[in-house]
Design a protein around this ligand. Structure first.
Ligand SMILES: Cc1cc2nc3c(=O)[nH]c(=O)nc-3n(C[C@H](O)[C@H](O)[C@H](O)COP(=O)(O)O)c2cc1C
Length: 356
């Protein structure tokens, strides 16, 4: 407890004020480099774990045949290319997702594509599926020892001009799924149909397109659980239709509610802060995602109950936020923004709070 308090204060009073003076992407790149180094050696992993990881057998669970040391996961978007795959467990996560990974390499949308809105507890994101491409990412992951890690990989369709029709996007997803489906160290997959920052005009949130995609994925006979990463701002009735449709497909085991928000009139924004980024393209994480995410979890778990696994994601900053999602019916939760604003010790704090 005391150790966590000291780290929390050190992060908020010293580390964060320094880091927040620099461009967020530069800071993220620095974290990836340091994290990759720390994840490479047993001694540095053990040291990181000593500082951050909270272990409690009551937090363990087995879901869809996968063992989780705790229910708090790193969501897609922090570790695009798998540099951090070996260290996030030591930071305290019960599972961590690499990606979103695409078939083709894409450098990402033009900068600036990441901005902080601290008063709104949010980040503006406009990366648009920045990815080194599945082949390079797998080469990196193949070389790591990931045996004790509950690792997942998020699959998206390449955000490049030639992938410009639904059929080409489906072929693109299929390419990546085929590459990853037999990798033993990947325990679960995410099907990201909700990236709001790409140039594709048509969307897989349209029932007929999703049906085509899932029919193609069914044919791959993937045995790992696949969770669909859903949009945040779809009306509940629309979402219900997509969930119903998806559950008719053998390949789908559950849903992640949910991705970023687009609506700049979202009540969680500080008015001056959102005005300050009016010239920047992008969508938002953190607090503005929280209400819709909680409503979706609550509604869908009542409606679909045990038929499916629901993973709650969006606006978790503390144990209370995490408990709300779990109490609403999520079996697991995921986060990014809370870790950036509160510090990496927050994962342990949340787990301690859930475990009590
Ligand atoms: C910098 C950043 C990049 C993201 N990139 C992805 C992504 O590539 N794929 C994805 O499914 N979600 C992505 N997300 C969305 C997060 O996974 C998550 O759904 C969202 O941020 C809400 O969770 P949070 O409030 O805990 O951050 C990204 C989020 C952030 C902050």
């Amino acid at each position: 407890m005391l150790k966590t308090k000291i780290i929390s204060n050190a992060y908020k009073l010293i580390v964060k004020p320094i880091l927040f003076r620099f461009d967020p992407e530069t800071v993220h790149d620095l974290f990836s480099t340091v994290g990759e180094f720390l994840g490479s050696y047993k001694i540095t992993r053990d040291f990181t774990s000593l500082l951050f990881e909270y272990k409690n057998p009551s937090l363990k669970r087995t879901i869809d045949g996968i063992d989780f040391s705790n229910p708090v996961g790193l969501s897609a978007g922090f570790d695009y290319d798998g540099h951090l795959a070996g260290i996030m467990k030591s930071v305290g996560y019960g599972f961590n997702t690499v990606g979103t990974v695409t078939a083709k390499e894409y450098e990402g949308n033009t900068k600036p594509r990441l901005a902080r809105l601290p008063k709104s507890k949010s980040l503006l994101v406009n990366k648009g599926f920045k990815s080194q491409g599945v082949d390079k990412v797998l080469k990196r992951l193949d070389a790591m020892n990931l045996n004790n890690i509950t690792l997942g990989l998020s699959v998206g369709s390449s955000n490049v001009p030639e992938v410009n029709t639904i059929q080409k996007a489906i072929d693109d997803y299929v390419y990546t799924f085929n590459k990853v489906k037999n990798k033993n160290y990947i325990k679960y997959l995410e099907l990201n149909i909700s990236c709001p920052n790409t140039e594709m005009k048509e969307s897989f949130a349209a029932s007929k397109n999703l049906e085509l995609l899932l029919t193609a994925v069914d044919k791959l006979k993937i045995t790992k659980p696949i969770y669909i990463k859903m949009a945040n701002e779809l009306a509940i009735s629309e979402m219900e239709k997509l969930v119903e449709l998806s559950l008719k497909h053998k390949c789908i085991r559950g849903f992640i509610f949910s991705n970023l928000v687009k609506d700049r009139n979202n009540k969680a924004f500080d008015k001056n802060e959102i005005k300050g980024v009016e010239k920047l393209k992008g969508n938002f994480s953190g607090k503005p995602t929280q209400k819709n995410s909680n409503d979706l979890i609550s509604h869908m778990s009542k409606k679909f109950g045990n038929k499916t696994t629901i993973i709650g994601c969006g606006g978790i900053f503390n144990a209370k936020d995490a408990k709300e999602k779990l109490d609403n019916g999520a079996k697991l939760i995921q986060m990014i923004t809370g870790m950036i604003y509160e510090g990496p010790q927050v994962i342990g704090e949340i787990n301690r709070g859930i475990g009590e």
